[in-house]
Write a protein that binds this ligand. Structure first.
Ligand SMILES: Cc1cc2nc3c(=O)[nH]c(=O)nc-3n(C[C@H](O)[C@H](O)[C@H](O)COP(=O)(O)OP(=O)(O)OC[C@H]3O[C@@H](n4cnc5c(N)ncnc54)[C@H](O)[C@@H]3O)c2cc1C
Length: 285
């Protein structure tokens, strides 16, 4: 199908994009990589009257260190996250998450900000952001705010973002002992079940764990039962196997579609939780 007619305008700065969004009176939409928005427009599930292109705003993309933290601009494409020497060294889980997205075309056009704003229930980054306890930097007409990933993802395609807000980027403290494991759709590579796990380990004991799951339900969420079961346990395969068995048991309605039934997803959550945790453990050793 062909989208409805729209005006196109390229923003030259963040403030210009905010002004253009405000001027569109709710009928405008930002476009970054277009890999989620354009399919929606072609299906006429989204019919913006104005598209505001933010893909070439200087400074909106890039990966930098800020003290111990890493900052990634919203306009950074998946390929750049996957191949960043800084991310691969300090936080290999995030590089492997980005590398697992779609295909080369998707990874070279799709952006971190677009993925987080769109919040597809099968998107990969949300699980990683939860496991990293990332701060999502949002700018709107009233100024800037930082939103914890755990507060950002609220429901099906629903995030803590107003129509005139822009995601500027994310910031997190990198975790080396972390990993992402996913069961993916063979065609698109979207997650049927994707689990990002991050461990904090001291003297062979798990101090704390953060685990994000995507693909399973309406939006990415933390597996707090597993996190609690791991805290204070020795870093061992036995601890991981015992904790992973709890994964997903208390999650309510799970997704069911042509790719996998809800029962299958429920069965796969512990499997992929265990895989992510095992790899996170190997990176901690
Ligand atoms: C064939 C195919 C396979 C895919 N496979 C996967 C996969 O395996 N895993 C996965 O996670 N994703 C996958 N995707 C989705 C892909 O990662 C998208 O690129 C991404 O979800 C959206 O990023 P974008 O830059 O293309 O956003 P766009 O499509 O440009 O925008 C998406 C939405 O986000 C809004 N938006 C964009 N940027 C911002 C911003 N900075 N602030 C606020 N709002 C913003 C837009 O207004 C729009 O509503 C796939 C897509 C395709 C087409």
């Amino acid at each position: 199908m062909i989208s409805t007619a729209f005006e196109y305008s390229r923003a030259t700065s963040l403030d210009d994009a905010l002004a253009k969004l405000r001027a569109s009176n709710g009928d405008g939409k930002l476009i970054a990589g277009g890999h989620s928005l354009v399919p929606l427009m072609k299906l006429r599930l989204s019919e913006p009257k104005t598209l505001i292109d933010i893909a070439r705003i200087p400074g909106l993309s890039g990966i930098n260190k800020n003290g111990d933290a890493i900052q990634i601009g919203a306009g950074t494409v998946h390929h750049d996250v996957a191949t960043s020497a800084l991310v691969r060294e300090a936080c290999p889980m995030l590089a492997e998450t980005a590398a697992s997205i779609g295909d080369p075309q998707v990874r070279n056009r799709g952006t971190l900000g677009g993925s987080l704003a769109h919040a597809d229930p099968s998107a990969d980054y949300p699980a990683a952001m939860l496991a990293l306890d990332a701060d999502i930097h949002v700018k709107g007409p009233k100024g800037s705010r930082m939103v914890k990933a755990a507060d950002f993802f609220r429901g099906l395609f629903t995030v803590d973002l107003a129509a005139d807000d822009i995601i500027v980027g994310v910031q997190f403290n990198p975790v080396k002992s972390a990993a992402y494991a996913k069961l993916y759709q063979r065609a698109s590579h979207f997650a049927i079940v994707g689990v990002a796990a991050a461990l904090e380990v001291k003297n062979g004991t798990i101090q704390s764990a953060r685990i994000g799951v995507t693909g399973a339900s309406s939006h990415a969420t933390r597996l707090t039962d597993v996190e609690k079961a791991l805290a204070g346990k020795p870093l061992s395969t036995a601890s991981i196997e015992a904790a992973a068995r709890l994964a997903g048991a208390t999650l309510g309605d799970l997704n069911s579609d042509i790719h996998a039934s809800s029962e299958y997803r429920r069965a796969m959550i512990p499997v992929f939780t265990e895989r992510a945790l095992q790899r996170a453990m190997e990176r901690a050793e």
